[in-house]
Design a protein around this ligand. Structure first.
Ligand code: DCP
Length: 188
């Protein structure tokens, strides 16, 4: 079941769902609008020869900070990481689904390439996988509404929620556009 605005409100009031800071009019009928922060992680294509998921490539990306009233231009075919302005907290009985916004989708701006799933127990900013599939550059303004999150109720609370020590949860409490830690999967 997808949570309605009524349930979303009561879960926020009870402190079970966390969206901080919660934007004005952010709560939609069945989701919460999320905004993009002003930090972007760009790929250093001029340095890296290849992207290797097995290797921790510290030089692969770098963070760009945009002025609060500045802008970030995403060129056609470009892929960068962004972050939600909001810190999100998901209780142990819900799953979050990150979704794009139709108005931006119609312009060719995608906010996740494959990962839209936010685990039960997750806490942190959500890392956005921003790409431009249009033929013209797209302007991204810090603080603009970039996507939305909906919530699904699970059959039972998770036995081992995201963030539990035994899981290794690589992105728990991440802050800002966080690079892939895929190399850790190969250490297990
Ligand atoms: N666009 C997204 C999608 C997810 N997440 C966060 C919330 C998820 O709960 C967490 C982990 O996502 P996955 O389980 O898809 O990632 P991995 O399996 O690679 O990592 P882990 O081994 O930590 O589960 O990352 C994010 O920041 N940005």
């Amino acid at each position: 079941m997808i949570l309605s605005d009524r349930t979303i409100r009561s879960e926020i009031e009870a402190g079970r769902i966390v969206v901080d800071p919660l934007g004005e009019n952010a709560i939609q009928p069945s989701s919460i609008d999320l905004r993009v922060d002003r930090f972007f992680r760009i790929f250093r294509n001029h340095v890296a020869k290849v992207i290797d998921p097995r290797v921790e490539q510290k030089d692969l990306t770098e963070v760009i900070e945009v002025d609060p009233d500045g802008l970030f231009i995403l060129h056609p075919g470009e892929f960068v990481l962004g972050s939600t302005l909001e810190r999100i907290g998901i209780p142990d009985n819900l799953v979050g689904r990150l979704e794009g916004k139709s108005s931006l989708g119609r312009l060719g701006l995608l906010i996740h390439s494959t990962a839209g799933f936010v685990d039960a127990g997750f806490s942190g900013n959500i890392t956005l996988e921003l790409s431009n599939v249009a033929n013209l550059p797209i302007t991204v303004y810090p603080g603009m509404k970039i996507g939305q999150i909906s919530f699904l109720e699970m059959t039972t609370p998770a036995l081992i929620p995201y963030g539990s020590k035994s899981l290794g949860s690589k992105y728990q409490n991440q802050s800002g556009p966080t690079p892939s830690m895929s190399h850790k999967n190969f250490e297990e």
